[in-house]
Design a protein around this ligand. Structure first.
Ligand code: ATP
Ligand code: MG
Length: 180
């Protein structure tokens, strides 16, 4: 699976629109301290459905909306879109590219889109289940994550292994069926 494009506007330090085309292979982001490198990975986690402000290094979700700088006024909306390659049909959608977008307004209202069509957070979570990409998955290894996995309780470690093995959706469906 490959992340092909990342569009960020109004998210954290990105008051202006940032559009990154990512080519196959390794991409390295370099820059001085505080220039926004980690904000790029925060933007990806957020767009994939992250719900915990602390994981995004904030205390409230509104903290991710661009708060203004010397040169620019604050904005009222944060938006991040990811375009993922789907030629190998990792997502069960009949398209060669899948785009995911998330918006947050200062009012607290959120919007999610799959291929520009409004959807629910649940749909995004279902799409990413077992791909290794969703919330809490291992696609983003932040500082301390390796230690966290090694020191976690067996059942927490098991959930990382289940995600890698691609069986989470079956456990999820079983739990849903048991609730009905
Ligand atoms: P380091 O090399 O120290 O890890 P970095 O390049 O990873 O630095 P980030 O942590 O991505 O830097 O960016 C931090 C910057 O983002 C800070 O200057 C902070 O003021 C800015 N920032 C964070 N949230 C917002 C926001 N809501 N509005 C405006 N700027 C923000
Ligand atoms: Mg950083």
């Amino acid at each position: 699976m490959c992340l092909k494009r990342l569009d960020i506007q109004g998210f954290k330090s990105f008051g202006d629109r940032l559009s990154l085309e990512l080519n196959p292979g390794l991409t390295v982001v370099v820059g001085p301290n505080g220039s926004g490198k980690s904000n790029i990975s925060d933007a990806i986690s957020w767009c994939l459905g992250e719900q915990r402000p602390t994981t995004l290094r904030g205390s409230r979700m509104e903290d991710i909306i661009f708060a203004g700088s010397d040169k620019r006024k604050p904005v009222g909306l944060a938006e991040v879109s990811l375009v993922l390659d789907n030629t190998s049909q990792i997502f069960s959608l009949p398209f060669n590219e899948v785009s995911i977008s998330r918006r947050l307004y200062r009012s607290g209202e959120s919007e999610y889109f799959i291929n520009k069509t409004p959807c629910r957070l649940k749909d995004i979570q279902a799409l990413f289940m077992d791909t290794g990409l969703g919330r809490g998955a291992y696609s983003i290894i932040g500082q301390g994550k390796v230690d966290e996995i090694l020191n976690s309780r067996p059942e927490e470690r098991r959930s990382v292994i289940e995600e890698a093995a691609g069986i989470v959706k079956y456990r999820h469906r079983k739990e849903e069926a048991a609730r009905k």
